[in-house]
Design a protein. Sequence first.
Lengths: 56, 416
Amino acid sequence: MILVLLGYIASIMASAGLAFLFVANILRISNSYGSEGESQSCMKKFKCVDVDQRPR
Amino acid sequence: MAKNCPGCGAPLEYDPGFDALVCGSCGNIIDPKSLPDANDFYLNYDPDEPIDLETTLEEEELSGETYDCHIYTCSQCGGEVIVSGTEASTKCIYCGSTAVVFSRIAKEQRPDYILPFKITKEEALTNVKRKLLAGLFVPKFFKKAEPTVVRGIYVPYFLYEGWYKDTQRFQVGQVTKIYDGSCDFVDIPVEACQALADQTSSQLDPFHLNEKVPFETSYLMGFYSNIQDLSLRQAKAQVQSRARAMFDAEMIRSINSVRSVNRVTSVPTSEFAFSSYALLPVWFITFEKKGTPYTFLVNGQTGKVVGTVPWNRALAGIMLGGLFVAMAGLSTWFFIQSGILPAALGLRSTVRGSSFSKLQEYSDTGEIMGGIGILSAASGLFWYGFTQFKKVVRNLDLSRSVVTFIFSKKRQGDVK
């Protein structure tokens, strides 16, 4: 059964991918500190208007 | 420009814990505003005394445009730092070298504002150590080591204000929508010292600039400051870039759609003007391992830690291998227990459960296509996980000690 064998191989590859993903996220949280700052406090009177819904 | 205790005459240092000048000798606590620079001149000035260099520099200070300071230069990396009061610089805060010599007394541009340190040295150290202790892949050395250099440094920033407008076309799901956006910006900080990498200084944000106070040299006592060496033209380019990034992020956030949102076109207009020059507080904490410095920065107002630690490769490899073996083992166990795999390999004639009979129904219809589809999806997941891992490892290696590395490279003439 080719389908079964391909499915089995796929599950092994998916396991490896998930392992890499999990360790990468832990590594990033564990060893790298500081993210891009939230400087939105310097933004004042922000407005965003949908042009189609603007009153004519 | 040392400030002395009016009680015992010993040098004063600014203490963030008290938000005041503290005498290390008699414990006297003095409000920095009660010892402004102008008072020094009027209390000590004698018109009959011959004018010497110190007095001349104090006169410059009164103009409000410049102030005198001591510059220390590192003969290893060329880094320069301003030292205030009576503290001498004995170790370079950039590369950790002890080859630091007093260079000159200089007149530096007098800042308009200063954000005093709120986080004490002990609190900054505690924040860094807490991060190191909690890190799973942090080598044991860093969890036990004591820092070799801890310095509070005022980093020069230019503050800008202005406005930004943009008409942006978005693809929201299958629909194209146009949005008009506008906002005002007040006190956008742009770091004005090329010693710090832009990436590092932006990660120190946010600073709560509503707490800034008019500049007094009293706040510098016990701390260093960086020299401002960025031109206003370079700073303005950075302001526009930062404003654009913040505005674009806010536009996407305000659209607030569950469907995918992609920006198609953008027609921005903006105008920014320099508003003031301020010094913002940062703690530099350096650990040294086998001669290589690893510097962490701590926001001197909020305590936010910025930096990268080398990772324990052996432990990461063990975890990676362990997870893979566990998950692959689990799926293998499932395939064997259900009998699907043994039956497919011809090792067993009967199969527990109905799953295999259902699979046999599909076996003649698109079996290969289905198998290839499943394998492709799994390959995609594998490739995504692997590239994310490689990206994180590459970023860790690149950003490790980037502050000192880039600074040292630049000062040694190897500018890229």
